[in-house]
Design a protein around this ligand. Structure first.
Ligand code: SF4
Length: 356
């Protein structure tokens, strides 16, 4: 914990299903299924895994009428609110709303003319569900691109403001905004520019960010720097990976900023020439063994007696390795010495005791 509190940007409150977004609500964690939405059983199974990992809102692609129909059946089998991701065809947006979607994500740049957008907005208004205006650097309106030459942060912010104005003219304000680019600095700048021009809640993300390491780093910087400025009300980490990893990464970003804490915090040393236990295997076993725990005790796995006992003592539970053995600490007290092969199991058992 730190004394430095992040000062949050003032934003309006909207709800996706029963999940509050904006106006001081905890930053909501989202992800997106990568199953074929029409395959109901696979999609439900993936959503349940996402829910177990702490995903609070699930988005899914609705590429055709069959997928819209599937959404209705999926909804009856899962708890998380579902957002229908729609491109190009406004009729799919209407079908998804009728199928029970809790929210829509549309790119107004490709949904069609004003008349079509109005039909979508009217249907969303009737059912009282929010719409995310998702501006993407790759699909900005032609006039804005002509004006700026490139999808600059200023161009993305102007595009968002233009869409906000259109929605407001149609009397629809149940919206949140995202402006995504695969460029971290442009993403940050776009949100910064827009942050004092509107108080609609912001959905944060760095799109097409990449694989586990590169994508996590880009998201952690892009989303993390914005959150640190107090900007952002909900987030989706985007990775070329199992979406459950996106949720885990999201909670690590939130934890690092002391915004939300879900699951044990594992502190482990990088190992060095002094390490005399197989620390990597132990920490992997500990991480696996603690999956599913929502309490957030600090758990230290340290290789030796140099920094080990210090960190292990600061943690709620920890071990510090020695030659083929390790010392177990709990709340600052030495509990005992255990052989190396028992360390992971002993640590997991102790964490489970305090995590309830
Ligand atoms: Fe090396 Fe010990 Fe530090 Fe781990 S805790 S990196 S083993 S000095």
């Amino acid at each position: 914990m730190t004394d430095r509190q992040i000062k949050k940007r003032k934003s309006r409150r909207i709800y996706v299903g029963d999940i509050p977004i904006g106006d001081g609500a905890p930053v909501a964690v989202q992800s997106m299924t990568n199953t074929d939405t029409r395959d109901v059983s696979s999609t439900v199974a993936q959503i349940k895994r996402l829910e177990d990992a702490g995903c609070e809102i699930v988005r899914m692609a609705i590429p055709d009428e069959v997928a819209a129909d599937a959404l209705q059946r999926i909804k009856g089998k899962v708890k998380a609110p579902l957002i229908a991701d729609i491109h190009f065809d406004y009729r799919l947006a209407i079908a998804a709303i009728k199928a029970g979607a809790d929210g829509l994500r549309i790119n107004p740049g490709n949904i069609g003319d004003r008349g079509k957008l109005e039909k979508v907005i009217n249907e969303a208004g009737t059912r009282n569900i929010p719409i995310r205006i998702g501006v993407n650097s790759g699909s900005l309106q032609k006039d804005i691109l002509d004006k700026y030459g490139h999808p600059t942060p200023e161009a993305m912010a102007e595009s968002a403001l233009e869409h906000i104005r259109i929605f407001e003219e149609m009397g629809f304000t149940n919206i949140k905004i995202s402006m995504k680019s695969s460029n971290v600095l442009n993403t940050i700048a776009a949100y910064e520019i827009l942050s004092d021009k509107t108080d609609y809640p912001f959905h944060l993300g760095v799109t097409e960010a990449g694989t586990l390491i590169s994508g996590t780093v880009k998201n952690a910087l892009g989303i993390g720097m914005l959150l640190h400025e107090g900007i952002g009300d909900t987030m989706r980490v985007s990775l070329s990976r199992d979406p459950v990893e996106e949720v885990k990464a999201a909670y690590e970003i939130l934890r690092a900023l002391d915004l939300r804490h879900r699951g044990p915090e594992i502190i482990s040393c990088p190992t060095c020439g002094r390490t005399e236990i197989d620390l990597f295997s132990i920490v992997e076993a500990v991480e696996k063994g603690l999956q599913g725990i929502t309490a957030s005790p600090k758990v230290a796995v340290m290789g030796c007696v140099v920094n080990g006992p210090g960190e292990a003592r600061e943690a709620d539970v920890g071990i510090a390795g020695g030659r083929g053995q390790g010392v177990l600490f709990k709340k600052g007290e030495v509990v005992g010495k255990f052989p190396e092969e028992e360390l992971a199991a002993v640590l997991i058992r102790e964490v489970k005791k305090i995590a309830g």
